[in-house]
Each structure stands twice: as C-alpha cells, then as structure tokens.
Write a protein that binds this ligand. Structure first.
Ligand code: SAH
Length: 262
C-alpha cells in the first residue's frame, strides 16, 4: 500500500471476489479505504457501497469498459487515488485489461500514475470451492463471450482444451442474447469426452442467490436455460467423478496414461 498521500495519482486495480464481504480480501478493503474515487460497473460498486462513504463514485453500465478506464486514468493523471473495481480478480476478464490498454495508448511512463493491483478471488476459485475439488489437475479458463473475441478463436481453444484433457472452466457462458455458444461448446467437448463427464454449474457463488448443480455433459443441454451471466461452469476431465454430491478430480491419473482418443 502506498502511504505517501502527497504522491501524485494512483490506480488500484481491485478484485472484489465473488460478492460476499467474507471473500473480500483485507488488501482490497484497504485499497478501497485509501481511495478518493471508485470506478466500476454499477453492481460491483453497489456491492461495496458500505465502504465508499465520502468517495467520488463513477458507476457505469456494462459494456462501457473502455470509457470507464479512460475516466479512471484521467482521474489518476489529475492526481487522484482511484480504485477500479472488478468482480473476482481484476486481471481475469476484468478491468486490468482496459486500464493497461488506455495507459499504453497514452504512452504511460510506467511510474506516474502508479498502478497497484490487488488480487481477488476469481469465479473459478469460488466455483471450485463450492463444487468439491474439480481443479486438481491442469485446467484452463475459456470465456464464451464472442463480443470481443471471434467465435472461431474460442472454438479452437475449446477444441484444444477438449483434446488436451484439460478441466475446463467456462466464464460468460450464456446471456439473453448469446444462447447458442454453450450448446456449441458442449458439442465440441463431446467430440473428445464421454457424455458422462461431470459438469458443475455454480450460479451467484457466495451471494444470496447461490445455486450449485452437478450434472454431466449429456444432460447439460437440458440445463442450459438455467445458465446465465452469473454462472460459472466447470467441465471435468476424463478422470473427474462425482461422490456424494461433490465433483472430484483426483490428483493424478491412476495409470498415469491418457485415455485413448475417441
Ligand atoms: N473478473 C471476474 C470475471 C468477470 S467475467 C473473475 O475473476 O471472476 C464475468 C463472468 O464471471 C460471469 O459471466 C460468470 O461466468 C463469472 N462470475 C463472476 N462472479 C460470479 C459468481 N459470483 N458466481 C458465479 N460466476 C461468477
């Protein structure tokens, strides 16, 4: 934490965790307390409203990431201490990207304003904690949002992850407008994985509406309507199993061999 209050401009990139105070890190809390201004998507700013009394708030709507980043960087260049908040971790599909993009475009000198990133608990950690131990071997995260990434790139990554037997965490799986991507992801995964592969669905982790469901790739199609933008999915690999409602990926492959390809 920067204790020199006279220092010019500071950008904190703060991950708020999944949504409960209990999973907000002490460092994130301290960064918010130390800030003059807080910038972020309205729902996240509301999430920490109790900590923000007396601070300048720049709450914006979804889809305004770059405008939000410009505003935050302007404030920091003007000498303010600015917290830019994201849910989960700011560096995982969060505000760190747009902030560094704006800083690069402005030929930032790497020093002023100072940038301090405060890591947060990402949705994949929250989801895994509620599901059991699904991430016990190599895993990857794939966002199904094709708003900023072309679908062909996403499909190629899904294919590679499926072929490579990674446990796959799906972020941004389905919205009101994007309803086909999850079905397409399921189709690609089924080319390499058994229909009985466990699938964990975690909605609103560590929030009031939290819902945890364990199904399999076969039945995922029927569950699709339940999946929304506050849901994270974890698709098991070839060794993942379900035991008494928990999703378990053992620490290693029992025979230390990849299953043969279908
Ligand atoms: N920076 C965030 C991810 C932002 S992308 C992080 O590190 O977690 C937004 C996606 O994150 C959502 O579509 C959803 O897939 C996931 N997500 C965020 N918060 C969640 C929560 N509380 N429960 C389940 N999924 C969540």
């Amino acid at each position: 934490m920067n204790n020199d209050k006279s220092h010019s401009g500071l950008l904190y990139l703060v991950g708020l965790g999944p949504g409960s105070d209990k999973v907000l890190t002490p460092a994130a809390r301290a960064a918010l307390e130390d800030s003059d201004a807080v910038v972020g998507f309205r729902a996240y700013v509301d999430q920490v409203a109790g900590l923000l009394e007396g601070k300048e708030l720049v709450a914006m709507e979804l889809g305004q990431e770059l405008e939000r980043a410009e505003r935050a960087v302007d404030l920091a260049y003007a000498g303010k201490r600015v917290a830019v908040v994201s849910s989960g971790d700011a560096g995982i599909y969060g505000m760190a990207g747009p902030i560094f993009k704006v800083l690069t475009d402005r030929d930032w000198n790497g020093e002023t304003p100072r940038v301090e990133t405060v890591p947060g608990v990402s949705a994949l950690q929250s989801a895994a904690a509620l599901l059991g131990s699904p991430l016990m071997q190599d895993f990857c995260a794939i966002s199904l949002s094709d708003l900023m990434t072309p679908w062909e790139a996403i499909a190629r990554r899904l294919e590679a992850a499926a072929w490579g037997d990674f446990v796959v965490v799906l972020y941004n799986p389905r919205s009101r407008r994007r309803t086909t991507q999850l079905l397409e992801a399921r189709r690609i995964l089924l080319e390499h994985r058994s229909p009985q592969t466990p699938v964990g669905m975690v909605k609103d982790a560590f929030r009031g509406e939290q819902r945890v469901t364990i199904t399999d790739l076969q039945s995922l199609e029927a569950h699709c309507p339940e999946v929304d933008m506050v849901t994270t999915l974890v698709i098991g690999n070839s060794t993942t199993y379900v035991h008494r409602g928990y999703m378990v990926t053992p620490r290693g492959y029992e025979e230390k061999r990849l299953p043969s390809r279908k």
